[in-house]
Design a protein around this ligand. Structure first.
Ligand SMILES: Nc1ncnc2c1ncn2[C@@H]1O[C@H](COP(=O)(O)OP(=O)(O)OP(=O)(O)O)[C@@H](O)[C@H]1O
Ligand SMILES: [Mg+2]
Length: 292
């Protein structure tokens, strides 16, 4: 998605962010943020969350627990009903448009079918600054980063699902965001493609020194990708646990097969089961089932 760059919205005052030990403000700080939709659904009870610069933070939880709502708050796409957010230490109005520094990738690739791949990737540049002389280079770099250099003149319909998602990621990266927000980007893909794209995403995260907030239902995906996992529970949506995954990146197949991987997955599974009031879920698929 193109970065959000709408005008500051009316809403509760935005507080000052806490700073880390080095005196640097975190990428995002969410303080006591709640969200109740107009129909009365309380999507989020008070959430406190700090997204540190450079981390790969995953929001993990069953369907309906408010993951997308929280991600959209972090994107500045919606306002909290109460509480506050700050981006790099500043409120929305004071940031000089946080949207310029963040980009979002949705579950569906959302490519414009009538535009070729390179035109799709160029869209945020066109919207933001007009087409500058550097745009061609930026589009080519972004396509090359995601392995689609040879597909620039293709139509979206000529790409596989995984390739379309790569194009969507290229479109998000073309503005060189500091913060990449991803809402189940690989959820619709087969397991093989998902694992490949997970590994590619970690490479991008390392190469571009990105901060990533990633949403998934998949415990295995969360363990493989993240430096930290924030576990969410439903009714109302809330954060219930936080687990750091102290395993060096890039991670490989041997990590997936390790007892450390299994133990971390089990711990996450147990946290979600507690939040849902049930038994620990077997990894992945039953997590969604436990919420329904
Ligand atoms: N625009 C909206 N209006 C009213 N209710 C909404 C709206 N968007 C979400 N909700 C409700 O808010 C709650 C949280 O929804 P959200 O989409 O954040 O969950 P989620 O964890 O992302 O779920 P999933 O894993 O299925 O995508 C749900 O009860 C949902 O029905
Ligand atoms: Mg969602």
């Amino acid at each position: 998605m193109e970065p959000h760059r709408g005008p500051p919205r009316e809403g509760p005052p935005l507080s000052r962010a806490r700073h880390d030990a080095a005196g640097e403000a975190p990428a995002v700080s969410v303080e006591h943020a709640t969200k109740t939709w107009p129909n009365g659904t309380q999507a989020l009870a008070a959430v406190d969350l700090t997204v540190r610069r450079g981390e790969f933070l995953t929001l993990l939880g069953p369907s309906g627990c408010g993951k997308s709502t929280l991600l959209h708050l972090i994107a500045g796409l919606i306002e909290p009903s109460s509480g506050s957010l700050a981006w790099w230490g500043k409120g929305f109005e004071a940031t000089g448009e946080p949207g310029r520094r963040l980009a979002m990738v949705f579950q569906a690739p959302t490519l414009m079918p009538w535009a070729r791949v390179d035109a799709n990737v160029r869209l945020p540049l066109s919207l933001a600054h007009g087409d500058t002389a550097d745009a061609d280079r930026a589009v080519a770099d972004a396509l090359s980063l995601v392995g689609l250099a040879d597909c620039a003149r293709h139509w979206p319909r000529e790409l596989s699902g995984g390739m379309q998602m790569r194009a969507s990621i290229a479109r998000a990266l073309v503005t060189h965001p500091d913060l990449l927000l991803m809402d189940e980007p690989f959820g619709a893909l087969d397991e093989f493609t998902r694992q490949r794209l997970d590994a590619e995403l970690v490479s991008l995260w390392m190469a571009r020194a990105l901060t990533i907030v990633f949403v998934t239902h998949s415990i295995h995906e969360a363990v493989f990708l993240s430096t930290r996992v924030a576990v969410m529970g439903p009714r109302p949506g809330r954060l219930i646990d936080e687990i750091a995954i102290d395993e060096p990146h890039p991670r490989d197949e041997s990590f997936r097969l390790s007892t450390r991987f299994a133990a971390t997955a089990q711990r996450l599974s147990a946290a979600i089961a507690r939040a849902c009031g049930g038994e620990p879920a077997a990894h992945d698929a039953p997590v969604r089932a436990s919420a329904s």
